[in-house]
Design a protein around this ligand. Structure first.
Ligand code: MIC
Ligand code: SF4
Length: 646
């Protein structure tokens, strides 16, 4: 029986386990990337584990999210990250070098490798023919300390691409938006999407990376493309052709599922407010006024994408009422555009050029006005993420963004009458790694510097036998980690300070939550109830650490998103599932629940009996914890576990 690419990569990296769907496997990890907003915790956790030097082949600490520096806090974090990287043998990508995923694709990603990243869009690397998975910080820290990555073997889905895109108006972004329309934000949960078929050859590495990047929005564990002649071309242009090797699925490879996508039939698409799967063809919603356009992010800020935008803007002027902001994805892209005079064309048209960072994508500046319509080439449009709760954020490709900026209205790029240039990948990129600091051989004199906002990672006490707690919040489906632990310019600077950031938990849903949780903590803690796909979106473990700090004992939902469930376990919060959906309907906020004999349920049957003391009935929930997860929950989380076993 032939093998698919996932099987080929996993076989080489397997430390233990069977490559059968659902079975637990341990994998050796080659690369770990961290970014600053999740990275301060990760590196504090790595320090707490007590290992001198990272044990993986390559670890890179990027600074790209917390870049506004409205006070000392961000700059102190950058200094901590720089000195921690120096101490522990990691590369350090200085602020200004670009968005972690774009830079990693350019300078580190390599076919056949396995990478982990403390960011949900780490699968961007899948465009290079590698397995790249987003995880919580503590997971990454333990892997950097030498542990294998342990996951349940996902199903492998073949996305069979035929035909070719009607470029340049329709782009790779439209492919992933089409898939989001078909599969929804939970359609990829428990799966790896492996792209194959004759259509693959028509997509460049950066186009592939746009698709694998936004596979995160499908909830997929990761997505990847084969490594072929296009991969070699890209690596050659980056001066890294030695990293190339061919990786294609065998002709008779087996898949758990096959989905066909005809690229020739893909339309110009947009994700409407407030979810990446609320997708429509642009023509269906054309005509709405546009106030703001943002182009960039880890999804769409490669050199060809940005050059196309610049050439479209050249010689034109933006309408009076449109604000256009552009973040080139990396220093490499930015420097190349500048040297070719393309930044000048953007500026001349009236665009505001921001630095190479996440920027408006995570609400670090660039918030739209009240009730404004913002069109973005980004990957997430959850309500309030832009910094403006009543703004309407649409996601679409950079060509459509540019057309809409110039027209001041929502319009299909094919209907606007503009000439869209065809820009191909260059034969060579401008390589200037002077913001990329290599690991040091001798780290004995390096001192890690921590500013006053950098506080210790809190550790939970081991699980207690009986949990009696109030349902502090009852929520619906698809609650995001942005809902649980908002980001944005006000909150992000507290990423290194759990006591301070915990005051913002659920702020946009119920701003009394953290006060009520603090009160409940004195009485034994609290419980959160949710629907399907709870915790979708980012990898931020703050969405677990801060609730843990506030005394949340358990979260009971219909289903979890992968990374968030792992983060809850890593910080000792019981992730429970309703056995019957009707029990979700019966519970109300304010009910007091008693989880009977939690310790023996964790150790044994995994079925927990819950008494609703307020309404006087009993129901069952389950945890489905594997052996390792059981141990973590019993010990109060991964940090106490890892410390204990050292
Ligand atoms: C995001 O896009 O939501 C983020 C900000 O990059 C997060 C990481 C974080 O919260 O720091 C992610 O995608 O994991
Ligand atoms: Fe940064 Fe946005 Fe990409 Fe997250 S999705 S890494 S915030 S650019």
């Amino acid at each position: 029986m032939g093998k698919n690419i996932v099987q080929k990569i996993f076989e080489v990296h397997k430390v233990y386990g069977e490559l059968a769907p659902g079975a637990l496997i341990g994998l050796k990890v080659d690369q770990v990337l961290t970014q600053d907003a999740t990275g301060t915790m990760t590196w504090l956790e790595f320090e707490a584990i007590g290992i001198d030097r990272v044990q993986v082949e390559t670890a890179v600490s990027y600074v790209d999210h917390n870049m506004l520096q409205s006070s000392f806090m961000n700059a102190d974090d950058h200094q901590f990250l720089r000195t921690a990287a120096a101490k522990f043998g990691a590369w350090f990508s200085k602020p200004g070098n670009g968005i972690c995923h774009q830079v990693h694709l350019e300078r580190f990603a390599a076919p056949g490798k396995i990478a982990l990243g403390t960011d949900s869009h780490t699968p961007t690397g899948g465009g290079m023919g590698m397995i790249a998975i987003g995880v919580g910080g503590l997971e990454a820290a333990t892997v950097m300390a030498g542990a294998p990555l342990e996951i349940a073997m996902p199903k492998v889905v073949k996305i069979n691409l035929t035909g070719t895109l009607r470029k340049p108006h329709i782009t790779a972004m439209d492919v992933i938006l089409t898939l989001l329309k078909m599969l929804t934000v939970k359609g990829g949960v428990g799966k790896i999407l492996e792209y194959a078929g004759p259509g693959v050859a028509s997509l460049t590495v950066t186009e592939r990376a746009t698709i694998t990047n936004m596979g995160a929005e499908l909830g997929a564990t990761t997505s990847l493309f084969p490594s072929d002649a296009n991969t070699l071309k890209f690596l050659k242009a980056e001066g890294r052709e030695k990293k190339w090797k061919e990786l294609i699925a065998d002709a008779d490879a087996n898949y758990d599922e096959v989905i066909d996508v005809d690229l020739s039939a893909v339309e110009s698409m947009t994700a409407q407010p407030h979810s990446p799967d609320n997708v429509a063809a642009i023509r269906e919603i054309a005509g709405r006024r546009v106030d703001q356009v943002c182009i960039g992010s880890c999804t769409n800020s490669s050199y060809p994408a940005m050059k196309t935008v610049a050439l479209m803007l050249k010689g034109k002027t933006l309408p009076e009422c449109v604000n256009l902001m552009i973040n080139p994805g990396s220093k490499q892209v930015y420097e190349m555009l500048s040297r070719e005079g393309l930044i000048a064309d953007m500026i001349a048209a009236g665009a505001r050029i921001l630095e190479s960072s996440c920027g408006p994508c995570i609400g670090m500046g660039g918030a739209p006005g009240s009730g404004h319509v913002s069109i973005r080439s980004f990957n997430r449009n959850f309500q309030g993420r832009s910094g403006t709760k009543d703004a309407s954020v649409y996601l679409t490709n950079p060509v459509a963004c540019t057309v809409m900026a110039l027209k001041g209205e929502i319009i299909d790029p094919r209907d606007a009458g503009y000439n869209v240039p065809v820009v191909s990948e260059p034969d060579s990129f401008l390589i200037n790694d002077n913001l990329l600091i290599p690991p040091k051989a001798d780290t004995s004199n390096v001192v890690i510097v921590k500013g006053p906002n950098i506080k210790e990672v809190p550790v939970k006490t081991p699980l207690s036998s009986d949990i009696k707690a109030e349902v502090l919040l009852k929520l619906g489906n698809n609650i995001t980690t942005d809902d649980i632990m908002p980001a944005g310019s006000k909150v992000l600077p507290f990423r290194s300070n759990i006591p301070a950031i915990s005051e913002f938990v659920f702020e946009n849903i119920d701003n009394t939550f953290s006060r009520r949780a603090n009160e409940a903590r004195e009485k034994g803690g609290a419980i959160i109830v949710g629907g399907e796909n709870y915790g979708q979106g980012s990898s931020r473990e703050h969405a677990a650490i801060a609730p843990m700090y506030l005394g949340i004992q358990a979260v009971i939902v219909k289903s979890f998103a992968r990374i968030h469930r792992a983060n809850l376990i890593n910080f000792g919060i019981l992730p429970l599932l309703f056995k019957s959906e009707q029990d979700y309907d019966r519970i109300e906020q304010g009910d007091v629940l008693e989880v009977k004999d939690a310790l023996s349920a964790v150790k044994g049957s995994q079925t927990f009996t819950v008494v609703n003391q307020t309404k006087e009935y009993i129901f069952d929930v389950t945890a489905n914890l594997n052996l390792r997860e059981k141990e973590l929950i019993l010990k109060g989380g991964l940090l106490s576990h890892t410390r204990g076993s050292k």
